[in-house]
Ligand binder design. Structure first.
Ligand code: FAD
Length: 406
């Protein structure tokens, strides 16, 4: 693309969220969309590092429906020419205490209310589904048959392909440098490749979302928090059809990848960044693999996977997913700067959430009465009051550290 076309929507950031929103807008008939991505390819920053799990069991019917919409989107994309590599293998969630077992009852009730099939299964059934795991200490196991995993880069490529087919344009190697306002509302963008007019700027710039919001004069507390997992070399008995798993008490999750074990977790003492501390032109500093943390995941997991010897690792996934102080997405238009729209603050489920985020973005913009849940995700909740940055960062880190909190 030699010069940038004026467009109704300019989406900044071609990660899973930005390209997912482009696809959702185009499906809703709004095809005058341009996606700006500063890297050479979509999905190459945080998205490329994702573990690719998609879990739909959440603590409220709205959040479950959002995730269910993502699964519906992945199924739809999987039937297209460029696939997200969606594997609907199901998932087991394993409780190790009576308190957690009670939480599973509540999660099951929330799933029922949202129309998501999820069942509490006994240990024998769990063992049949994951033969290498030892469920003898499990107090409850929640099985969700329509959960699964995908390959995050393929998700972004699939969204791109299918959005482009509907008319969305993509400009890679293109950085947003400024947002032009006219009479207080968004009127266009300035980039390293020239200017373009638009009616809406959608901010899906991941760990640079704070900086992009600043260009519109808004301060949004969006904090990158380090996250890591490892993948082992192939291990006997690990087949790609085994379900994903989550063990909240050990703060671990995982799945099979390339016949090895992918194991990730949430450490109790997180490492976060203040977005004001790095330049808008860069991502946060590269993550240095923290082997003591990854080794601690391996040690904890042995409680359920006793036959596994410490295995050689073939890959470490690592990056800076973003967190908000209240642990909720940021979706929708700012009432302070009309035309400036947020799609971010994903709290480490932006790939699995991408289909649902796109749907809610469309509802927030095009539906005359988008409903209370959509309105509650508005960026106004942070811009209409002053922010205590150190407290906001502490809260965002707490959301990470208690990811599986009851
Ligand atoms: C180790 C790890 C494991 C994870 N596991 C999972 C998982 O299993 N499931 C899940 O759902 N999520 C997972 N996540 C979280 C997930 O990766 C993120 O929530 C998701 O990728 C966020 O997508 P995004 O599009 O918001 O951000 P990104 O993928 O970072 O995309 C933002 C894009 O904006 C671009 N950009 C920034 N500034 C500009 C600018 N000025 N101009 C133009 N472009 C710009 C960047 O280049 C980037 O490509 C994991 C994350 C990590 C690090």
């Amino acid at each position: 693309m030699s010069s940038l076309p004026s467009s109704e929507f300019i989406i900044v950031g071609g990660g899973a969220v930005g390209v997912g929103c482009a696809y959702a807008l185009a499906k809703a008939g709004r095809t005058d969309v341009l996606v700006l991505e500063r890297a050479d390819e979509v999905g190459s920053v945080t998205t490329s590092q994702g573990a690719g799990l998609c879990g739909q069991v959440r603590d409220s019917a709205e959040r479950i429906r959002l995730a269910m919409h993502s699964v519906a989107t992945f199924r739809e994309l999987q039937a297209s020419e460029v696939k997200p590599d969606w594997n609907e293998v199901g998932s087991v969630r394993v409780a190790l205490s009576p308190r957690r077992a009670e939480e599973f009852q509540r999660l099951k009730a929330a799933a029922d209310a949202a129309g998501l099939k999820a069942e509490l299964i006994d240990r024998a059934e769990a063992k049949r589904r994951w033969p290498l795991m030892d469920f003898s200490t499990a107090t409850s196991v929640l099985w969700c048959p329509s959960d699964g995993y995908m390959t995050p880069r393929c998700v972004a490529a699939s969204y791109r392909h299918n959005a482009a087919r509907l008319g969305v344009k993509f400009a890679t190697a293109t950085s947003l440098e400024g947002i032009q306002l006219r009479n207080g509302r968004v009127a266009g963008v300035r980039t390293n490749r020239g200017d373009a007019d638009c009616r809406y700027v959608v901010n899906s710039a991941g760990a640079n979302a704070y900086h992009v919001a600043r260009l519109a004069g808004l301060e949004l507390p969006i904090f990158p928090v380090r996250h890591e997992y490892y993948v082992t070399v192939p291990m006997a008995g690990l087949t790609p059809d085994l379900p994903c798993f989550r063990i909240p008490e050990l703060t671990l999750y995982g799945r099979v990848r390339d016949a090895g074990l992918l194991l990730g977790g949430w450490e109790p003492k997180s490492l976060s960044q203040d977005p004001r501390s790095y330049s808008p032109d860069n991502e946060p500093p590269p993550v240095v693999t923290d082997w003591p943390v990854l080794d601690s995941f391996e040690t904890s997991f042995r409680a359920l996977f006793p036959t596994a010897e410490p295995a050689k690792k073939s890959w470490v996934g690592k990056g800076w997913p973003t967190f908000t102080p209240d642990g909720r997405f940021l979706i929708g238009e700012s009432s302070r700067v009309p035309g400036f729209v947020m799609a971010g603050g994903c709290n480490a489920h932006g790939i699995s959430g991408s289909g649902g985020i796109g749907k809610l973005l469309v509802e927030s913009l095009l539906d005359p009465d988008p409903g209370e849940y959509v309105r509650s995700l508005s960026p106004d909740r942070f811009t209409e009051r002053s922010i205590d940055w150190s407290e906001a960062r502490r809260q965002a880190a707490h959301v990470y550290e208690t990811y599986y909190g009851v």
